[in-house]
Design a protein around this ligand. Structure first.
Ligand SMILES: Nc1ncnc2c1ncn2[C@@H]1O[C@H](COP(=O)(O)OP(=O)(O)OP(=O)(O)O)[C@@H](O)[C@H]1O
Length: 232
């Protein structure tokens, strides 16, 4: 069974229709990239998949046994230590504090931040903060992780570190759904690419077919034009 299944989903913000007739199934173990121009609906779709937004029309089904987590472009850090930022996420979900701290240290080790566990989270670099956000997500043991342009505000080195962690998590069995403006990153990380334009899915292909221009052109003229523009 799919982890998440959307059928004929529309989503409106007042008079703005952000998503039109979305049919999408997220399968276990895939790494799905959402691409498209600014305003095409990537963030809205991610928020809908994570359950932060409800559809105006259509249905959203989740596999109830699979925990989910989400990462944003700029992580929100509480004004406390790195380790507490992870531990509080667990404590708030019912883990006793001592156990939450232990699990948090383990998670920090997982993303290479053990040494800065007692530093203020807001004092860390942008790259470290995004890895801290990954630790916070990882500690929740999600089966599926949504990431909204997780590296777009990072320098190339920090970007690579975050990408390596995403690949590692996927290797460990986590399903990833991420929005990206970086086609290199999509090529490196995704197994499947969904192209959005004005709230509609205009292409949905395995990554190798998406980057095969002949195949892409056959499948979606609009996605091919987008790719051409991005590569120009
Ligand atoms: N809270 C909101 N209220 C009103 N309109 C919104 C809201 N959030 C998004 N929209 C609109 O919905 C559409 C899709 O926006 P969305 O942020 O999902 O696009 P995106 O593809 O993620 O863009 P970007 O690449 O710039 O992040 C846009 O027209 C946007 O203006």
């Amino acid at each position: 069974m799919s982890l998440i299944q959307l059928e004929a989903v529309d989503l409106h913000f007042g008079s703005v229709q952000a998503l039109h007739g979305i049919d999408l199934r997220v399968a276990r173990g895939e790494r799905l990239a959402l691409i498209g121009a600014n305003g095409s609906g990537k963030s809205t779709l991610l928020r809908l998949l994570h359950g932060l937004l409800a559809p105006t029309r259509g249905s959203v089904l989740h596999d109830s046994g699979t925990p989910q987590a989400m990462l944003f472009q700029r992580p929100y850090m509480l004004r406390t230590t790195a380790v507490n930022n992870v531990a509080l996420g667990l404590w708030i979900r019912g883990t006793p504090w001592k156990k939450a701290r232990e699990a948090a240290l383990l998670a920090l080790g997982r993303v290479g931040l053990f040494e800065v566990a007692l530093r203020g989270a807001r004092e860390l670099s942008g790259g470290q903060q995004q890895r801290l956000a990954l630790a916070r997500a990882w500690a929740l043991k999600p089966g599926v992780l949504f990431l909204d342009e997780p590296t777009s505000s990072l320098d190339p080195h920090a970007k690579r570190e975050v990408e390596a962690l995403m690949a590692d998590f996927a290797q460990g069995g986590m399903t990833l759904v991420f929005a990206s403006h970086n086609l290199g990153q999509v090529k490196r990380l995704a197994t499947r690419v969904v192209y959005l334009e004005q709230g509609r899915i205009l292409a949905d292909l395995p990554v190798q077919d998406f980057f095969d221009r002949t195949r892409l052109r056959e499948s979606s003229r609009a996605a091919d034009l987008f790719l051409k523009g991005e590569l120009a």
